[in-house]
Each structure stands twice: as C-alpha cells, then as structure tokens.
Design a binder for this molecule. Sequence first.
Ligand code: HEC
Length: 474
Amino acid sequence: MRMPGIILLAVFGFVLVMLTIMTYYLRTVLKQYEKDDEAGINVEKKKEEIASSRNFVYTALVLVSVSMAGTLYIYVKGTAWESHLMEWLNIVVRLMHITFGIAWIGASFYFVFLENALNRTKDVRDELAGNLWAVHGGGFYYLEKYKVAPKTIPKHLHWFKYEAYFTWISGFCMLFVVYYFNASALLIDKNILDITAWQGIGIGVGSFVVAWIIYDLLCKSPLIKKPVWFTLIGFAVLIGFTYFYTRVFSPRAAYIHFGSMIGSIMVANVFFVIIPAQKAMVNAAKKGLPLNPQLGKNALNRSLHNNYFTLPVLFVMISNHFPTTFGYEQPWLMLAIISLGTAGVKHYLNLREKGQLSVWVLPVSVVILLAGAFISAPPKDPGACNSKIEFSEVNAIIQERCVSCHSSKPTDDVYKAPPNGVMYDTPDDIMRKKDLIMQRVVITKTMPQNNKTNITQKERDIIRCWIEQGASVK
Ligand code: HEC
C-alpha cells in the first residue's frame, strides 16, 4: 500500500507543477492579446478562448489539490501522522477562511458605509448619485457613484465576488476538516441524538439547501415589501433552524451549523442574485437598452440582508472559544439573543453612517446582549457543601472521567494527544487548572466532552465543593 501511495502523490505533485506553469503561460499570452487589443487589432474571440482555458486550468488545480489531500489522508489514516495532517489542514484552511472572510466582509462593510455616507447634495453632477472624499494610507481618494450606469461601461471593471466564493469554499472545507471527519467527537453528541456520521453530514449539508430555498421564497414573496414582518418572520425561521440544530448536534456543532447556514445564504445571495443582476445591468448598459430597476433593487435588498447577517455570523465563528455560550442550558436561546443583539448593533451603525442618530437602538441591543450574560451567569447559591471534600475523592473522579483524554498518553478512541495540552496526570496538574475545571465541568458542563465518560451531577458538585473549599491537594 505504501509504494503506490507515494507514486500516486508524486504523479499528483507533477501534474500540479505542470498546471501552475500553464497558468503563467496563459497569463503571458493574455497580456500579449491585451497589447494587440490596445493597438486596435480585434482579439475578443481569442481573449475569450484564453479566459475559458484559464478557468479550466484553475478548476483542475483545485481538483488535483483536493485529490492530493485525499490520497494523503488515506495514506496516513490510522498512523501517528493522521492527527498531524489534520492539524496542518486545519491551519491552512482556517487561515484561508479568515483571510478571504476579512476581504469579503471588509469590502461589504466598506460599500455599505460608502452608500450610507455619500454626499448626495453638494456639487453632484446630474448623472451621479453622490460622491465621497476620503483620505487613507497617506493618499486622497475621490469616489463617485452613478445613479444608473456610466454612458460607456469601462473596459476594466472590478467585480467583487471571489472573496465571497472562496470564503464559502474554505469554510465548507473547514466544516469537513473539523467536524465531519471527526463526527463522533465534535458533531454528534449521543446524549442528544444517536446518529451516524453520514446522517449527521447529510442533515448538516441538506439543511443549508433547505434554508436557502425558504429564505429565497420569502424574498420573492410579497412579504419583502413589509420590512418589519419580513424581519420578524425571517428571524423566527432562523431561530427554528437553531432549535433544530441543537436537537440533532452537539451544542458546539449546532452553533457552527447556524453560522454556516447563514454564511451559505449570504454567498448564495451573491452567486444567485447579486452578481447575475449586475451582469444583466452591465449587458443592458453595453447594448444601450433600458435597465430593469427591479434587478438593482433586489440586489440591494440581498446585500442589505447580508450586511445584517455579518455580526451574528462573526460571533458564531468565534463561539467555540466561549463554552458559556454554547454550554448554556438552552443553547438556541443564547444564540437567538446574541444574534438579535449583534444585528441590532449593526443596525445602529448603519443608521449612524447615514447621519441618523437613533436614541434607543444601541441601548436596547446592549441590554439584549447583557441579558445573555445575565442568564448564563453561575447560580448565586449553587447548593451547600456540607462536608470537607478530600482530594482523593476528586482525584478518583478525574481519573475515571477525564484522563482517558487528558493525559500524556490518552486511551480515548479519538484523541491520541491531550486536547489543548491539558493533562491531569499529577495532583499539581489538577490544582493548577482548577479555574478552567470549574468553568468547563461545573458551570457550563461542557466537559467531559459530550459527557462521553458519563460524569454525574453529584460528581460535578463534589468537584465544585472541593474548589470552593480552596482546592487543596493535601
Ligand atoms: C472525550 C475526551 C475528553 C474527556 C473525557 C474530557 N475532555 Fe476536556 N477537552 C477535550 C477536548 C477535545 C478539549 C478541547 C476542545 C474544547 O475546549 O472544547 C477539552 C478541553 C478541556 C478544557 C479547556 C482547556 C483550555 O485550554 O481551554 C478543560 C478545562 C477540560 N477539557 C477539562 C476536562 C475535565 C475536568 C474533564 C473530566 C471531568 C474532561 N475535560 C474530560 C476532551 C475531553
């Protein structure tokens, strides 16, 4: 099995190098055509040919890279390198995801800001909707927005779309790397619903499609003309999905699925509505045909929805670091609260950019967010500790419920190295981590992970009392 694996990898590597060389070659050819074009020679057709070859090569590059990663995975599966490969895949894909995500959301924030902050009144030419002076990075910028379209569409028109597509593709890959390849550990919580990995993946991916169909139908229904109702019903549907996710997945995975679902809707908005509308507008302008104003309106609507989705999605993307949120008894309620509060903050920012100061939007949003902090706070009186807890009792619990994962040599079927480097091999290890133990085992109850080792409430109380009594190891 080893030799064929290496040969296959070498072949993929060779193809990858050839494809990369090809992209450079195509680029030089295209540059040459562009020069010819400027010299007045008609090369439209040839340029189109090159563009389609380029698309072909890029697709091949992606497919070969994915096949290479897949082969590598099969090759190292079951060896000590498996988790190492996953770790590096995770690093690479995560870095790509945040980079594209920042580019996308950054551009989206920037254009919504631009739209909100345009000077629409002073010295604005007739064909313009407005303009804006700005200073950034040591230079002055002057931007103009056209009411409809310029008389001639410029040759070099920048489109913002790949940021969105690549954010989604890298995010989708990450869902596999983190949750789906490790379904039994992170996706599925047998105490919530006992499903197989494939069922989990099917439900996850299928739910994104269903969510998009529902959202798209809502946007095409007459409801879109009633923004308040649209928002209320849309929000209720989203929370319905959240509730559903918390009933089938582990709370952590439920949160990520909520974020991925909204992220997918956002990208689908770009792919199915915004970009096609812009293409139609450019084509009509090129042919001198009248523009269908509804297209622009639809695109603007979807773009606005995306704008409100951003903060809730960004929260979900970092929620994994905050067990107080997904570890709350009703994880869906916490997510609803934070989504509402953060979307409210975004609404306030949008109003502010337009120069409308709203008195109540920000305070109400902050109160909503504080409500989240309030309801997830540890109980004031968690119960009395009647007797003195000996360390030996606590140690016995930790050895039984925790060290299968948290030790220098875990015996767990999934974790072959101590997660986050946390080990409880010695009394000292336990004592030093007492605050984190309090947080994860007693307050949020997010450890043992998915309660795989069946810790009882009584045992959690014993650990709590021991920490409250000073966490002595004597
Ligand atoms: C099935 C394996 C497993 C078991 C059993 C388990 N844990 Fe964990 N633990 C993990 C994983 C995976 C992480 C990292 C992911 C996370 O933070 O949720 C983790 C993280 C932690 C953290 C957070 C560390 C940090 O750096 O933030 C603490 C604290 C913790 N575990 C304590 C415990 C305690 C105490 C027990 C026993 C009562 C326990 N765990 C049982 C898998 C396990």
